[in-house]
Design a protein around this ligand. Structure first.
Ligand code: NDP
Ligand code: 8X3
Length: 253
């Protein structure tokens, strides 16, 4: 049976992606910091689908935790076919001159270093078997900067560069690399960005229909389920009302 390892599976895209893979009969390793949410999702999946679930709770910013968690996987769970590097966040929205150092560090440590730590810990299982697929969740913010997005945009530009670079380095191993770059999607993303201010978060999605976690999960699964010789390299997905990072068609009602 095929195995998908999904970071950030306690909410948003990651949770929807775990459910999508399970729906199609994949075994899933679901990860995140909130063990109680992982336990809930495990229950939900095993009650609904005939697949196996393994939960791992760790902080992607801590390389020791990442390595220990991944090494603790039983042998049969180490045959990971697809790694979905999804854990990530924006922290704050401020002009560069007003930026908060700790927000910057959180974003760089999570979105860039965390993605690298997880990838480095899992890659030996793929290079050894000369097979595998890494799906990196970038962002439209990794293609284009927007006002006050500075460091978040920089981390997602880094993910874009890493995806391109990984694709070259992993070519001799037959490992696929896909970058998926969503636009505005309603998840816990803006609640996290605005530090729990749900009213401010809701404003981001007002006046148009944003993407849903399931929209992204479908695309991730589609990329993962192409024939062996086909790779989707780079995908940008937006809601109909979004042309780029800054141009939205919003109704005023
Ligand atoms: P959510 O806030 O809903 O989910 C984020 C997930 O990341 C959670 O499961 C969270 O788990 C996990 N995570 C965050 N920090 C850490 C950490 N230090 N260690 C381990 N896990 C962590 O947001 P989304 O689903 O929207 O975001 C998923 C990805 O998609 C992110 O990389 C984001 O940048 C990107 N993205 C989001 C867009 C959007 O509009 N929503 C658009 C484009 C890209 P826990 O807190 O339990 O650790
Ligand atoms: C999240 C989407 O446009 O808020 O990556 O940066 S955006």
């Amino acid at each position: 049976m095929a195995i998908a390892f999904i970071t950030g599976a306690t909410a948003g895209f990651g949770k929807a992606t775990a459910i999508k893979f399970a729906q199609f009969g994949w075994d899933v390793i679901i990860t995140g910091r909130r063990q109680s949410r992982l336990d809930q999702l495990e229950q939900e999946i095993i009650e609904t689908y005939e697949t196996k679930v393994f939960t791992l709770s760790f902080d992607v910013r801590n390389n020791d935790e990442v390595v220990a968690a991944i090494q603790s996987l039983p042998h049969e769970w180490k045959k990971i076919d697809v790694l979905v590097n999804n854990a990530g966040l924006a922290s704050g929205l401020a002009a560069i001159q007003d930026g908060d150092l700790s927000d910057w560090e959180t974003m760089i440590d999570t979105n860039v270093k965390g993605l690298l730590y997880v990838t480095k810990a899992i890659l030996p299982f793929m290079t050894e078997r000369k097979s595998g697929h890494i799906i990196n969740i970038g962002s439209i913010a990794g293609k284009e900067a927007y006002a006050k997005g500075n460091v978040y945009c920089a981390t997602k530009h880094a993910v874009d560069a890493l995806s391109k670079s990984m694709r070259i380095d992993l070519l001799p191993f037959g490992i696929k690399v896909t970058a998926i770059n969503p636009g505005a999607a309603e998840t816990e993303f803006s609640i996290v960005r605005f530090k729990g201010d749900t009213d401010k978060a809701a404003q981001v999605y007002k006046g148009y229909e944003p993407l849903k976690p399931e929209d992204i999960a479908e695309v991730i699964y589609f990329a993962a389920s192409r024939p062996a010789h086909v790779v989707l390299n780079d995908i940008i997905i937006t809601p109909l009302a979004q042309a780029n990072t800054s141009n939205f068609l919003k109704s005023t009602n």
